[in-house]
Design a protein around this ligand. Structure first.
Ligand code: ZN
Length: 175
């Protein structure tokens, strides 16, 4: 396994709509990518990571929102995930993003969602998520559609964060 480098906003690859994964692409190379993404996510540390964030324009995401200390981890790999139902009930979470380091903001989303996806064996799953899992899976699916959590914020707030990221990237390039 290998750590991937995570793209930092602004980057055109974070704004592109990712391509569906075809059945023939669910192979060893995709499993390797999913493993690398999980390792990268845990290392960051983060609770979710979408393929576009590591420069791969495919509809694939990984997540693990277990935070209770005595609960075993639940690494999940979702291929071609899609929301099939959203609750009318909304929930606000302070969100962050590995592609927008150290910036956090409240985002309101459906409190519960039902998601369909296929796993690395090509098996279809449907599950209803709530709490942090619901927020995380919606945030990650947004990445597959070229959407970031700051796109939900007022333009001025978004500009301020984007300017900070431009500065951060300039500093990183110089280091
Ligand atoms: Zn993110």
């Amino acid at each position: 396994m290998a750590l991937k480098s995570i793209l930092i906003h602004p980057d055109p690859r974070l704004k592109s709509v990712a391509d569906p994964v075809s059945a023939s692409e669910v192979d060893k190379a995709l499993r390797r990518l999913a493993d690398d993404m999980l390792e990268t996510m845990y290392d960051a540390p983060g609770i979710g990571l979408a393929a576009p964030q590591v420069g791969v324009g495919k509809r694939l995401l990984v997540m693990d929102c277990v935070k209770e200390e005595n609960t075993p981890p639940r690494p999940m790999v979702l291929i071609n995930p899609a929301v099939t139902w959203s609750s009318e009930n909304l929930n606000t979470y302070e969100e962050g993003c590995l592609s927008i380091p150290e910036q956090y903001a409240d985002v309101e989303r459906p409190a519960e969602v039902e998601v369909i996806w296929i796993d690395l064996e090509g098996v279809t799953h449907t599950e209803r998520f709530d709490g942090l899992w619901a927020t995380c899976v919606q945030h990650e699916i947004d990445h597959l559609n070229g959407k970031l959590f700051i796109d939900y914020l007022k333009p001025l707030r978004r500009q301020i964060i984007t300017r900070k990221m431009v500065k951060l990237k300039r500093e990183q390039a110089r280091a």
